[in-house]
Design a protein around this ligand. Sequence first.
Ligand code: NAD
Length: 479
Amino acid sequence: MPSLYIDGAWTAGSGGVADVVNPFDGSVVETVDQAGPDDVERAVAAARAAFDTGPWRTTTVAERSALLHRVADLLQRDKERIAHTETLDTGKTLRESRIDVDDVTAVFRYYADLVAAQSAGRLVDTGQPAVVSRVVHEPVGVCVLITPWNYPLLQLSWKVAPALAAGNTCVIKPSEVTPLTSVQLVELLAEAGTPPGVVNILLGTGPAVGAPLTSHDDVDMVSFTGGLATGQAIIRASAATVKRVAVELGGKNPNLVFADADLEAAVDGALTAVFLHSGQVCSAGARLIVESSLHDEFVAELARRAELIRPGNGLTEDVEVGPLVSAAHLAKIEGFVESATAEGATLVTGGRRPDDPELAGGFFYLPTIFTDVRRDMRVVREETFGPILTVERFETEAEAIELGNDTEYGLSGGVWTSDAGRAERVSAALRHGTVWVNDFGPYLPGAEWGGFKRSGNGRELGPTGLAEYQEHKHIWHNT
Ligand code: NAD
């Protein structure tokens, strides 16, 4: 089947084809079509027409809500097929992929219910008996949704579910590295009854397909999740047409462990925080900051446990961690390890690819821990997006907070302590969009997700994640 979906029809496009690679062994999972410049024009025109003159904008909230619930039903019907594809495409374990499909289902249901419950408008007191003032929600228009490769299906759901709930039309541009489950989701959106032109998907690279979308005259909004440099380029590209731009970018997330923490839980949490999905998580707790008195004992236990993590084929049920997503990303991680070593950090464990010959064809890298790091080292400052944990020490609560905030990013942070007062003080002081206390990683469809500082300028999930896709119109009616 062709891979692009434009104006209600599957089409091959004019940009040639590209291979999608299985990170476990480097084999080709599928060869997919790529969009050319004319496909970009056709997709935007279809989304524009569906918004301006098509039936979508005049659908009732109840109809859109019912459609999103149908998509959720279809996701559950096809859960195993989609999870299997996500694992082939990203390398993550099947267990994680299944959780992703369940989470995506929950996001569709959440926005289906939220938009159904949203009031039709808000009355504002005018002080004049003859005047009725109302503020109503309207969709923004044509939304371009650009997503990264680490959580392809999940990140797309955070955008497409609220965008459709609000009545927008969309052009989706998934990562060229992992496009397959985004195509599957569009199949389900079509099956659920989305009218032609309302949802379109274009495959291809950022420069070839993403960039022309972000500067296009007929696009009203760009919602982007990905790296900082790309986000900056998108903000610049969209400036001339004054699009609404929401960017969710990277993180360098501190995980603070106080000596009064439950140590077993903190070790577990610190390992999951950074080694889940081989660290390819925007909110990964890659920067562990431990109270000095606990440091040596904590690091020894971390290393012992990190060496027990079982890498392998994500499709094998008891495997705990899969490979990195691509050969290029593996090379980037190797570069970070070299720079950390050259700058004087102490390698505690990992720092190399696994010996297992069965994993030699894939892009595997062992869980890696560095101590004796300084905050000016590249490995501490930059997002590695891989299985690398750096460990710093602190003496006082104030120092822990200062270290935790010493980053250009502000996506997430963790605090491990049994002192409730300290938990409150530290979580209030951390300049990050999500703070977990005695946990690391969970999120909820109903709780806003996003970054402070250079981690982004928008919010996904929660009511704000819907408001991002809505205009607020004031109607002043002098009766
Ligand atoms: P990336 O920035 O390289 O690519 C993301 C998407 O942008 C891809 O679809 C790519 O094709 C497209 N793109 C690239 N150049 C473009 C351009 N000039 N114009 C328009 N589109 C362009 O990011 P990635 O490597 O795919 O993903 C990893 C990054 O994503 C990490 O920095 C990670 O922290 C971030 N991320 C953030 C969140 C969050 O919620 N804040 C979630 C997941 C990932």
